[in-house]
Write a protein that binds this ligand. Structure first.
Ligand code: SAH
Length: 253
């Protein structure tokens, strides 16, 4: 699932404040995203970016710096642009949640890019028109523009929630699998190995006067049920046999 997130890149266009780039790196790493692409950042690399990233410096070091948006989204099958306000020619618009669902779905097939604009002017119409869809975070209409890193945080969180939901669904499916799969680390004891264990157990219980052969009652069936239910593996069966042998040996001495 994590590899889905590694196929979703965050593209920042022409960012003016390096601190925001650091804030974006931090937001991304918190949510498990790793791929950051910077189109003509005004100041990068920068100590201010490193400081604001609070430990997400690895993302900054691996960030790709390019000179145009087409270069930043090369190889992507899905490009989603973000905008704080509505534009002249409306494009198909998605909520952050729809964006996350769409991006995670398509990340199984190809690389995905989420594009964020400049602090002062956002993305140009020309840039927005290079995108398949637009995403708007439903903010207060009278105060709609989020800080760049805060906007990335919103979508990064939605992506994480989406991945966790997919993981949940996968474990749900595995709950429908049989209780005993093929993933036990040691091979289970075979039926005849268990029969030999039961014989050995019965003999030892007789030897130590715990089982009366004239009046065995339900002792062996109960013990059989216990061990058959537990499904001991080969190593566990050997350990049990070892304990029985040691008990018998001690009796003889
Ligand atoms: N004054 C600019 C706002 C830029 S904010 C404008 O009107 O577009 C910087 C970037 O943060 C934006 O380009 C966008 O990528 C993101 N952003 C901020 N608020 C957003 C919102 N409500 N929805 C989607 N993206 C937003």
């Amino acid at each position: 699932m994590q590899d889905l997130l590694s196929r979703i890149r965050i593209v920042l266009v022409n960012t003016s404040h390096p601190g925001n780039i650091g804030g974006v790196a931090r937001a991304m790493k918190n949510m498990g995203l790793s791929k950051l692409v910077l189109v003509e950042p005004q100041e990068f690399p920068s100590d201010k970016a490193d400081a604001r990233s609070s430990g997400a410096v690895d993302l900054l070091e691996n960030a790709q710096v390019v000179s145009s948006l087409p270069e930043a989204v090369t190889g992507c099958g899905l490009v989603i642009g973000t905008s704080a306000r509505s534009r002249h020619i409306p494009w198909p618009l998605m909520s952050p949640r729809q964006t996350a669902t769409q991006a995670l779905q398509e990340a199984t097939q190809h690389e995905v890019a989420l594009v964020f604009g400049r602090e002062d002017r956002g993305l140009t119409n020309e840039e927005l028109q290079q995108c398949n869809f637009h995403m708007h975070i439903p903010t207060n209409e009278n105060f709609s523009s989020l800080n760049l890193a805060a906007a990335v945080q919103v979508i990064a969180y939605e992506l994480r929630v989406g991945v966790l939901a997919k993981q949940e669904a996968a474990t749900q499916q595995s709950a429908e699998q049989p209780l005993w799969g093929t993933d036990w680390d040691i091979e289970l004891a075979s039926n005849d190995e268990l029969e030999r264990l039961f014989e050995h157990m019965q003999q030892t219980l007789i030897d130590i006067d715990f089982l009366d052969p004239q009046n065995p009652r339900q002792l062996m069936p109960r013990l059989r049920r216990l061990y058959l239910r537990a499904r001991p593996d080969k190593v566990e069966t050997n350990v049990l046999r070892g304990i029985l042998s040691a008990t018998q040996k001690m009796l003889k001495n």
